[in-house]
Design a protein around this ligand. Structure first.
Ligand code: LLP
Length: 421
């Protein structure tokens, strides 16, 4: 459920008509709902009720400071994967002891930053990383708390570009080698083992792969404890999917996911961390765009929007489906017209949808891309020197621009022409 509904014939974000925001900030823009972010965070928090737990929002999904502040105020932890994300989490007011640091390629500078700024744990993904982290920690006279991310060789049954839990993927340490790696970690003076980490992929629509992975983590917990390690924390990653298409079967709910975690891991007495990103932010955001032209091709009509692949790359990159809805509510039973929905960027890949049935639309009409809150704004670029589009946050009847559109001057002024040219 989200808070983007038609009211009085117009699509609203909570109590604000989207057309009003479009008039104020121009199009295209991203719009997020505070109530939806809050609801989704709470679904996870409540799903783990009764277990010692922390929901660490995977901020790679949507990392605007205002979004982070909404979640931080609800008690969220953060999963960060770069120095930049770490800086964002801290700037949004998240204490270091609620930040976990993931990623296959953490640099020594990033380790230094997190060790001095405060960190809950590093999720370490390789032996060379363990070595580097131990050295950086020692140089600072501290000890780095870690989990090792294990690769359980489980097929997440999702898009190949976002599956991470198979042995051919670059992520984690093969679970078969985990005991040796933990033994090595225990000998390193700058390292303190606190638990195990696993993340098998994103947009999972079935609990079975999670269950298979978590069962392996439970077995490993017993083995590592028998080996003398103190395992008090299990980071179970993110990945629970959301419905993108109206005809999709509904993915499992956070409550069902939480119940499965309790079944598989509850007996271990560990603190549970999860790292959901998409389920919290995805359906809490829309991208609103305007029709520039309707163009008749040889055998099809093109709806040319002012939004493009640089603003929302998921359709071009993963063939992802996003529901596209008109901002003015179509009359019930209104006729449908079939369009290829495209942006102005100079590539055929700049196509949001092919053969999409929509109510007839005309120049100037507004449309909204649903489920665009996660991996939308964060993956945007300035390709074709198109400015990054604004982000707007709504709460009740209020809205605010939380990232404004840069001017052309601001964009151009980041370049320099060397004086020797
Ligand atoms: N934890 C780790 C270690 C991750 O790598 C990810 C996502 C998450 C948590 C959050 O997963 P989520 O709950 O959002 O599924 N750009 C792609 C998705 C990439 C996901 C990368 N890792 C897309 O637009 O579908």
């Amino acid at each position: 459920m989200d808070h983007f509904l038609y009211r009085n014939g117009a699509l609203h974000a909570e109590d604000v008509p989207l057309a009003e925001i479009a008039a104020a900030v121009g199009t295209p823009f991203y719009c997020y709902s505070t109530a939806t972010l809050t609801r989704h965070f709470r679904l996870f928090d409540e799903a783990l009720d009764g277990m010692d737990h922390l929901v660490c929002y995977a901020m790679k999904a949507a990392s605007n400071l205002a979004i982070l502040r909404v979640l931080a105020d609800l008690g969220a932890g953060m999963d960060v994967v770069s120095g930049g994300e770490y800086a964002r989490a801290r700037a949004a007011g998240v204490p270091g002891d609620r930040i976990v640091f993931s990623g296959v390629g953490k640099t020594r500078d990033e380790m230094h930053m997190a060790l001095t700024g405060g960190i809950r744990q590093f999720n370490v993904e390789s032996e060379p990383e363990l070595q580097a982290l131990s050295e950086v920690a020692l140089s600072l006279g501290v000890v780095a708390p870690i989990t090792v991310r294990v690769n359980p060789d489980v097929d997440a049954k999702t898009h190949a570009k976002i599956a991470t839990g198979k042995s051919e993927n670059k992520f984690g340490i093969p679970i078969a080698r985990a005991r040796a790696v933990y033994a090595h970690a225990a000998r390193l003076p700058g390292i303190k083992v606190v638990g195990i980490d696993v993340h098998i992929g994103s947009q999972l629509t079935d609990l079975a792969p999670f269950r298979a992975a978590y069962r392996k983590v439970a077995e490993l917990t017993a083995q590592l404890r028998a080996d003398g390690h103190t395992i008090t924390r299990l980071d179970l990653g993110g990945g629970l999917g959301i419905p993108y298409a109206r005809d999709n079967s509904a993915p499992p709910l956070p409550l069902e996911y939480g119940a499965m975690i309790r079944e598989e891991l509850g007996h271990l007495g560990c603190e549970i961390e999860i790292e959901p990103g998409r389920l919290i932010a995805g359906n809490a955001g829309l991208m609103v765009s305007q029709v520039i032209y309707v163009k008749s091709g040889e055998d099809r009509d093109f709806l040319i929007l002012d939004g493009a692949m640089n603003d929302l790359i998921r359709p071009a990159m993963y063939d992802a489906w996003h529901d596209i809805v008109p901002v003015i509510e179509p009359a019930p039973g209104a006729e449908q017209h079939v369009y290829d929905v495209v942006g102005p960027v100079c590539e055929s890949g700049d196509t949001f949808a092919r053969g999409r049935a929509l109510p007839p639309l005309a120049q100037g009409d507004l449309v909204a891309f649903r489920s665009a809150g996660a991996y939308g704004a964060v993956m945007s670029s300035e390709y074709n020197t198109r400015p990054l589009i604004p982000e707007v946050l709504v709460k009740g009847d209020q809205f605010a621009v939380i990232r404004r559109r840069p001017t052309f001057d601001e964009m151009l002024n980041r370049d320099t022409i060397p004086e020797w040219l």
